[in-house]
Unconditional design. Structure first.
Length: 393
């Protein structure tokens, strides 16, 4: 006989009710598919068993607080803060099926709060999910538009997270971070490294990672291998890929295998050589019809959202009204279900930006002024001062 529901709630740190009929209250499920045990803290060498089957063995690790996180697939099921817990093969535990039980992050990748300059403060919030994002559009309308920004580092993610619904680890990092001439030189390894950092630095926003050029176009099987690796190694919630009707089969292949896909139509930067540049698309009737058809095709194939970039406004409005999933505009229309910008463009990091960018800050000027002042104080030996020097007293 297993513990009572009240005992389980105490172990899981959940003071409220567990009825799935009560909105906001998580439910408990029988732990039949636990595939991984992490976050050391239980009695060393103690195996967790369910129905006589060993599902994981806890091992101690230095510098970790007591606790145990159990994973079903890639989703957190429970996080116990009152470890160590002793168990026998006859005991059956019920675990909460919600990421809210993990106090700091909703993935296994966490910032080291004892050494990180960022010192992230865990927040009692559950990470947004793909179904929740999809439900924001109801009967063709979105009451509260979705907010999406790009993020490439853990600290950037921390600063943006509370204000966004979605953080996009875009392949624009090739130009923004690495100074490459286009996104075509971005590799899967780059996206994974930055994607994992953004997941570590966020707790609320849905994190989506761009699929870089030449990692998914060849076949659905190639796309699956690349996307599965991205999700497994970063902990992100889904991937984004460019292309319209030609990618519908691939999107369906991924969606049917549990990989959420955000589609991207209109101006697709990875096809810049075929398009002949970064100019607005859809100025002819033929191209207008093609872009709308592309958006409808990817939505029908199973994309949970569609980015519409760099198109004349009537296309964005028509496509937004014609599909059930949210559209996210960038150089499209305020009538889209959400908006996205490259964060560095929005903050004023660069002098030259696309027409559709609105600067909300002047961070380049602030960095220049700070560096100028620092250089001056170093050269006149006023830095470091008494406040920055260690004395014997």
């Amino acid at each position: 006989n297993g513990p009572t529901s009240s005992m389980v709630r105490t172990l899981a740190g959940w003071p409220g009710k567990t009825s799935p009929k009560r909105p906001g209250f998580p439910r408990f499920v029988r732990a039949r598919q636990i595939t991984q045990v992490c976050h050391p803290g239980l009695v060393p060498g103690r195996s967790f068993l369910h129905s006589g089957r060993t599902v994981g063995e806890e091992k101690p690790g230095p510098g970790t607080s007591p606790g145990l996180t159990l994973l079903v697939g890639s989703a957190h099921v429970a996080h116990f803060l009152s470890a160590p817990i002793d168990c026998t093969p006859e005991e059956r535990f019920y675990f909460r099926q919600t990421a809210a039980t993990h106090p700091a992050m909703s993935t296994t990748y966490q910032l080291d709060t004892s050494t990180s300059r960022a010192h992230p403060t865990p927040q009692p919030m559950r990470r947004l999910t793909v179904p929740e994002i999809m439900r924001r559009k109801f009967e063709g309308k979105t009451e509260q538009p979705l907010v999406m920004l790009t993020a490439y580092t853990a600290r950037q993610a921390q600063l943006l997270d509370r204000h966004c619904d979605i953080l996009l680890v875009g392949d624009s990092l090739g130009q923004v971070v690495y100074g490459l001439p286009s996104t075509l030189q971005v590799t899967l390894e780059m996206m994974i490294a930055h994607g994992a950092a953004v997941v570590r630095g966020s707790y609320h926003s849905l994190v989506i990672v761009d699929m870089p050029f030449a990692t998914y176009e060849q076949s659905p099987q190639q796309a699956y291998a690349s996307a599965a690796r991205v999700m497994a190694e970063t902990g992100c919630a889904g991937v984004k890929l460019e292309g319209g009707a030609a990618m519908a089969e691939t999107i369906a292949f991924l969606a049917q295998r549990g990989i959420p896909v955000m589609a991207h139509v209109g101006l697709t930067p990875q096809a810049v050589n075929a398009l002949g540049g970064y100019g607005a698309r859809g100025k002819t009737q033929q191209e207008h019809e093609k872009i709308v058809a592309d958006g409808q095709a990817v939505a029908k194939a199973g994309a949970f959202a569609v980015v519409i970039e760099g198109v004349v406004e009537p296309i964005a409005v028509a496509l937004t009204r014609s599909i059930d999933v949210p559209t996210i505009g960038i150089g499209a229309s305020a009538q889209c279900d959400g908006q996205v910008l490259v964060t560095e463009d929005m903050l004023g990091m660069f002098e030259r930006v696309p027409r559709f960018v609105k600067r909300y800050g002047t961070i380049a000027d602030e960095i220049t002024a700070a560096a100028e002042l620092y250089a001056k104080e170093v050269r006149d030996r006023s830095f470091p001062g008494p406040e920055q020097i260690y004395s014997l007293e």
